[in-house]
Design a protein around this ligand. Sequence first.
Ligand SMILES: Nc1ncnc2c1ncn2[C@@H]1O[C@H](COP(=O)(O)OP(=O)(O)O)[C@@H](O)[C@H]1O
Ligand SMILES: [Mg+2]
Length: 271
Amino acid sequence: MKRDATPVIEVRSLQKVYASQGAAPVQALQDIDFSIREGAFVSIVGPSGCGKSTLLQILGGLLPASAGQVLVAGTPVTGPMPGKIALVFQDATLMPWKSAIDNVLFPLEIQKVPREERLRRGDQYLKLVGLEGAAHRLPHQLSGGMKQRVSIARGLAQEPRIILMDEPFGALDEQNRIKMGHELLRIWEATGKTIVLITHSLTEAIFLSDTVIVMGAHPGRILERVEIELPRPRTYDVIGSPEFGAIRNRLWRMIEIEPTDDDTRAVAPEL
Ligand SMILES: Nc1ncnc2c1ncn2[C@@H]1O[C@H](COP(=O)(O)OP(=O)(O)O)[C@@H](O)[C@H]1O
Ligand SMILES: [Mg+2]
């Protein structure tokens, strides 16, 4: 696959401070600088409260930065950019009264994509996530993993350059999580999109990514950017390899010494 060398996302001196009445301001992000090339798969890991969701929301134009800049294909992000950036969250956020296909088509209606084109995309992307047989089911008739796949199809159907995902498999059990990770890798390989994924699983991050960005908390900042040079295509065998184990230990040590917002460790060494 031909990949452009110019970064599709550039983050420059990004800061985010949450000021709340009666409480000390929270420096959620401090001096964040990185860039992501077109077609890359990048994961962001770090302890709870280190600003991962804040960063993703700023990248997606859902939240303003306090200082600094985010550029997407050279254009400053000042609000949501439907068609360029799609977001997928932990909760599939489907409309319960709409079928799977109608959930996928809804943002396209808002964007005034012509009907024939909408239907073409709806079919194509539901098929890509393996749900062509479930197009007319309502969300309550779908499993958690299927709902999350509808949510991914909805993101893909907008044919964005970039897909931002905030713990999209966080609500799934381990088996479905592994399946979805594999599925996502296949979709990424098929579509050549740029994917930025927040995950609390180091194994998932390493297995899927070209680059893992490791964040620390208080203030939220980047500790390190780790290039994952494991060959592709990747199969699950690689998870048991010594190379994989060495990367995981290194990431785990970086995060282990970091303070978190709560007592429960947000980052687990295993899936
Ligand atoms: N709307 C908000 N108002 C005040 N503080 C917030 C708000 N959202 C998040 N924070 C704080 O900012 C920090 C980063 O939060 P968040 O981006 O959700 O971290 P993560 O996704 O890594 O767990 C945390 O200390 C959190 O409590
Ligand atoms: Mg979060």
